[in-house]
Design a protein around this ligand. Structure first.
Ligand SMILES: C[S@@+](CC[C@H](N)C(=O)[O-])C[C@H]1O[C@@H](n2cnc3c(N)ncnc32)[C@H](O)[C@@H]1O
Length: 340
């Protein structure tokens, strides 16, 4: 037997990592039932009352809540009353940048089944397609509830990138900012709240833009256009943004998206790519960054997070010049490029 180099701590930590899927699934369950919203931020609720409000039985619910409480998500008192912790309060939908949407998303059926097929990626396949026989965005179109959950998760992603992008870049000189693949428009709402002059245009798949609520268009300052960036993007903007878009696509498709932007851009217009610039050394990077990268593999196969050099190469092939790479307070960097 080789000498054991592991410590008890390593063994216990690895044991919890190995069982991480159980925690994800339970977090989704409590988010699906809206448990966090049913407990006042500083209040306590009897398990019977909570279970009745959720329409479930008290015994299975308290078992799930006990397991989560062991990870400091909710408290479970000896008398069966349930309360909040700082972590469980983040699951309330009225919390800024709520993690409710995230808890529902990662273990939602689409993602869950794709991850079950992760091996497919090891031989060049796409786990999403192995699981569902259709590509990811077609799957979302066919499952509107999950699609709207995805939009909400993107808008409230724990990396807080929309606020970070708005505060890291000076948008004041722009008349019109087009957010290509802009989801439900959250980035533009953050930017326009900070900069009073520009108007915004969110461009995304038609089912995504059709679901944007009128009150989210800031009284007409934001307009929404549905379509596919593979067929072209609207002209006339001073700034084109692609936030967390290119990482969904392999290089060939990224080039098509970049060229669609390049085709309509005036010489003085700018392109901003908002994506992670992946740290090649995982000992120095943030763990969540590499999880996003493997999520891209599960959903899209060869789509991935990229390094600075990889962005520079893509941009040059699409007739752009990379001008600078600007860090933000989130893992998303702003890669600024101009038509060559
Ligand atoms: C990872 S999400 C990023 C959303 C948003 N930019 C953000 O940072 O929260 C990628 C977006 O690309 C959109 N998308 C995918 N395929 C598209 C297409 N062919 N044309 C336009 N948008 C597309 C998706 O609907 C989704 O909103």
């Amino acid at each position: 037997m080789p000498e054991a180099s592991d410590t008890t701590d390593d063994r216990a930590a690895l044991d919890l990592l190995v069982r991480g899927f159980q925690i994800s699934r339970m977090l989704r369950l409590v988010a699906d039932f809206g448990v966090a919203d049913r407990i006042e931020p500083d209040g306590q609720v009897a398990i019977d009352t909570l279970a009745e409000a959720c329409g479930v039985q008290p015994q299975p619910l308290i078992r799930v809540l006990r397991a989560l409480a062991a990870f400091n998500v909710f408290t479970v008192a000896a008398d069966g009353s349930i309360g909040h912790t700082p972590r469980s309060r983040l699951l309330r939908t009225d919390t800024r940048n709520s993690m409710h949407h995230s808890a529902r998303f990662w273990a939602a059926p689409g993602s869950w089944a794709a991850w079950a097929m992760l091996d497919a990626a090891m031989t060049g396949g796409v786990p999403q397609i192995a699981a569902w026989n259709t590509e990811r965005f077609a799957y979302l179109r066919a499952h509107p509830d999950e699609a709207r959950g995805f939009d909400a998760m993107m808008a409230n992603f724990p990396d807080n990138r929309h606020a970070a992008v708005a505060s890291a870049y000076d948008f004041s000189g722009a008349g019109l900012i087009a957010d290509i693949g802009g989801g439900n428009g959250e980035a533009l709402r953050h930017i326009l709240a900070r900069f009073p002059e520009p108007r915004g245009l969110v461009f995304d798949r038609d089912d995504v833009t059709a679901a944007i609520q009128p009150e989210d268009l800031l009284g007409g300052r934001i307009s929404a256009t549905g379509g596919s960036f593979f067929d072209g993007v609207p002209p006339g903007a001073d700034i084109y943004m692609l936030i967390r878009v290119l990482h969904n696509w392999p290089d060939d498709d990224c080039l098509r998206i970049l060229r669609a932007c390049r085709t309509v851009m005036e010489p003085q217009a700018l392109l901003l790519i908002g994506d992670q610039v992946l740290e090649p050394d995982p000992a120095r990077g943030q763990p969540a960054s590499y999880l996003v990268d493997t999520q891209m593999m599960a959903m899209f196969g060869t789509a991935r997070e990229r390094t600075r050099d990889e962005f520079a190469s893509l941009l040059s092939k699409a007739d752009f010049t990379l001008r600078r790479v600007i860090p933000t307070s989130s893992p998303v960097w702003i890669v600024e490029a101009a038509p060559s």
